[in-house]
Design a protein around this ligand. Structure first.
Ligand code: SF4
Ligand code: FE
Length: 490
C-alpha cells in the first residue's frame, strides 16, 4: 500500500533511531532544522507517487505481488522500467533541487535480487528466496530503505583483513544458530537517518582471506547497536538562524549523509543475503554501482534543470539577459545537462535481463554516464556562477536587507541602503534578485553542494572507479582487430 508523505513522516516518528550531531544526541531529529529539509526531499517521493499526473513514472506493478508500488521499491522488469526510473529521478531533481536519497535502496534491491539468485545457483543457498520475502515486506509497507555500501576503508593500500583495525570494513564477528553479529561502519550514507531500514552490502571485490567481510543483510534503522553521526554541510548552521529564509537558497529541501555505525548488531538468518561467499562480493558491488551510475543521469539532470533556470533568472534580474554571451552560456549549460540525460537514457535502453529476471543497465554506458557526471556539473556550476556575478558571494545577509536600524544622514535604514545599492533590473524586486543568487550559492558552495557539486564527483564511486570499469568493458582488443582489418594487417 502506498503511504502519503504525511504518513511517511509519522512512520519515522515511531522509530527510535539513534542520531548524533555536533557532539550531542538529537532526540527529535525529524523536526530538527538542519535535518528536516532532507526528510522533505524523501517525502516528495511519497507525495508524487499519489499524484495522478506522475503515477506513470512514480509507481509500477510489483512482479512479486501484482500490487501497485512506489517505483523506488520496484524490480525493473524491462528497459522501459529502466528509462522510467531515470525520468522519475529527473522529475524529483526538478522538484527538490537536491538529493532525494531513496535511490540507493532501489539500486540495492535490484543488485541484490540478481546476485542472490546467482549465489544460490552456485552454492545451493537460499538467499534469493529470503531476499524476495524481505522485499515483499518493504513493498507492502512502502518503506524507504538505505542501500549501504561504502566502508570507511582505512589504509587504501591494504585489503579489509590486512587493516590494523579490522573494523574499517563491515564484517561478521560471530555466527550463531539464529543469525550473525556484525561490526563496522558505513561512511557517507545518503538518506540513512530518514530510512526505515538499512540494506548493507560489501564495498569491494574480495578474496578468500577477506571472507568475513563478504556480508549482506538488512536491519531496521533503530536496531540495537546501530547509531548514526550526521555529516555536516557547508553553511548548515544558517538553518539554525532565527527566521532564516532567503539566505538558505533552498529552504525546503536538502540531502543528508551520515556515518552509520554497527556496534555489534545481531541479524537473524532470514535477513542475511550473503555470508562469506566472497567470490560474489564483486558482482554485487558492480551491479549496485552500475545502477547508481545510471541514477546520476537522472537526478543530477533534474537539479541541473533548476540551476539553468536560476542562471537565466539571474541574467534577467541583472539586466544582462540580452547579451549574446549569456545566451551562449545557457546553451552550453543545456547541452551539457542533456548530454548527461542522453547517457542515463542510453544505458537504460541498452539494458538486458539478468538470470533472475530483473533488468540490468548496460555497464559500459552507465560508467560513461557517471564519468561525465564527474565533470559536467562542475562546468554547469561554473557557468551559473559566471552569469550570477560576484554578488552571489559578497552580498549582505537577509537580516541586513530587513534591518530598520537607521544609518544614513537622512534616516535611511540598513535595509534601505541594501535595497538601493543592490537593485538590478526593474523587472523584479531586489529581494527576488537576492533569492536567486542565494539559490545558486547554495548549489555551488552551500548545503546543496554536497548533493550536486561534490557528490557528482564522488557519489556512486569516484572517477577512477568508473575508469576501471570503462577499461574492463571497453574491448580494446576487439577494437585493435577492427583497425587491423581495415589497415590490411595480417
Ligand atoms: Fe538518488 Fe541522486 Fe541522491 Fe543518489 S545522489 S540518492 S541517485 S538523488
Ligand atoms: Fe548520491
Amino acid at each position: 500500500m502506498l503511504m502519503t508523505g504525511a504518513q511517511y513522516i509519522e512512520s519515522l516518528r515511531k522509530l527510535k533511531t539513534r542520531v548524533y550531531m555536533f557532539g550531542e544526541k538529537v532526540d527529535n531529529w525529524i523536526d530538527h532544522p538542519i535535518i528536516r529539509p532532507s526528510i522533505n526531499s524523501v517525502k516528495m517521493t511519497y507525495d508524487l507517487a499519489l499524484d495522478p499526473e506522475c503515477a506513470d513514472l512514480m509507481t509500477a506493478k510489483s512482479n512479486i505481488t501484482g500490487e501497485i508500488i512506489n517505483r523506488f521499491n520496484h524490480l525493473h522488469q524491462s528497459t522501459d522500467d529502466l528509462r522510467k526510473k531515470v525520468k522519475m529521478q529527473r522529475l524529483l531533481g526538478q522538484k527538490t533541487a537536491s538529493c532525494f536519497q531513496r535511490c540507493v535502496g532501489m539500486d540495492a534491491f535490484n543488485a541484490e535480487y540478481s546476485t542472490t539468485y546467482e549465489i544460490d545457483k552456485k552454492y545451493g543457498t537460499e538467499y534469493h528466496k529470503r531476499f524476495e520475502k524481505y522485499l515483499k515486506y518493504v513493498q507492502d509497507n512502502d518503506l524507504t530503505v538505505d542501500g549501504a555500501m561504502t566502508d570507511p576503508k582505512g589504509d587504501r593500500a591494504k585489503s579489509p583483513s590486512q587493516q590494523e583495525d579490522p573494523d574499517l570494513f563491515v564484517r561478521i564477528v560471530e555466527k550463531r544458530e539464529d543469525g550473525i553479529v556484525v561490526r563496522g561502519a558505513k561512511a557517507h550514507q545518503t538518506g540513512s537517518i530518514n530510512s526505515h531500514e538499512h540494506l548493507v552490502m560489501p564495498t569491494i571485490s574480495l578474496t578468500e582471506s577477506d571472507k568475513a567481510y563478504a556480508v549482506s543483510f538488512a536491519v531496521p534503522s533503530d536496531v540495537d547497536g546501530l547509531f548514526m553521526i550526521y555529516g555536516r554541510q557547508s553553511c548548515d548552521t544558517r538553518k539554525m538562524e532565527e527566521g532564516a529564509d532567503i539566505d538558505l537558497g533552498n529552504k525546503q529541501y536538502g540531502g543528508q549523509e551520515a556515518l552509520v555505525v554497527f556496534d555489534d548488531v545481531f541479524v537473524p538468518w532470514e535477513r542475511v543475503f550473503m555470508c562469506e561467499e566472497w567470490d560474489f562480493a564483486g558482482m554485487l558491488v558492480e551491479r549496485f554501482a552500475g545502477y547508481h551510475r545510471q541514477s546520476y543521469g537522472g537526478c543530477k539532470v533534474g537539479v541541473g534543470d533548476v540551476i539553468i533556470g536560476a542562471a537565466a533568472l539571474a541574467a534577467d534580474y541583472n539586466g544582462a539577459n540580452k547579451a549574446s554571451h549569456i545566451k551562449d552560456k545557457l546553451i552550453e549549460m543545456t547541452h551539457l545537462n542533456e548530454t548527461l540525460y542522453c547517457c542515463g537514457i542510453a544505458c537504460s535502453a541498452e539494458g538486458y535481463p539478468t538470470e533472475a529476471g530483473n533488468y540490468q543497465i548496460d555497464m559500459l554506458l552507465a560508467n560513461v554516464c557517471k564519468q561525465n557526471v564527474t565533470r559536467f556539473p562542475y562546468e554547469i556550476v561554473r557557468l551559473a556562477e559566471d552569469i550570477a556575478g560576484g554578488l552571489m558571494v559578497t552580498m549582505p545577509s537577509e537580516k541586513d536587507f530587513k534591518s530598520n536600524l537607521k544609518v544614513g544622514r537622512n534616516g535611511e535604514t540598513i535595509g534601505d541602503v541594501c535595497n538601493k545599492y543592490f537593485k538590478g533590473s526593474p523587472v523584479t524586486s531586489t529581494e527576488n534578485r537576492m533569492r536567486i543568487l542565494r539559490f545558486i550559492e547554495n548549489v555551488a558552495l552551500g548545503t546543496a553542494a554536497v548533493g550536486y557539486r561534490t557528490e557528482s564527483l564522488h557519489g556512486a564511486g569516484s572517477p577512477q572507479a568508473q575508469r576501471i570499469m570503462i577499461a574492463r568493458q571497453g574491448n580494446i582488443e576487439g577494437k585493435k582487430e577492427l583497425a587491423k582489418k581495415i589497415a590490411g594487417i595480417k
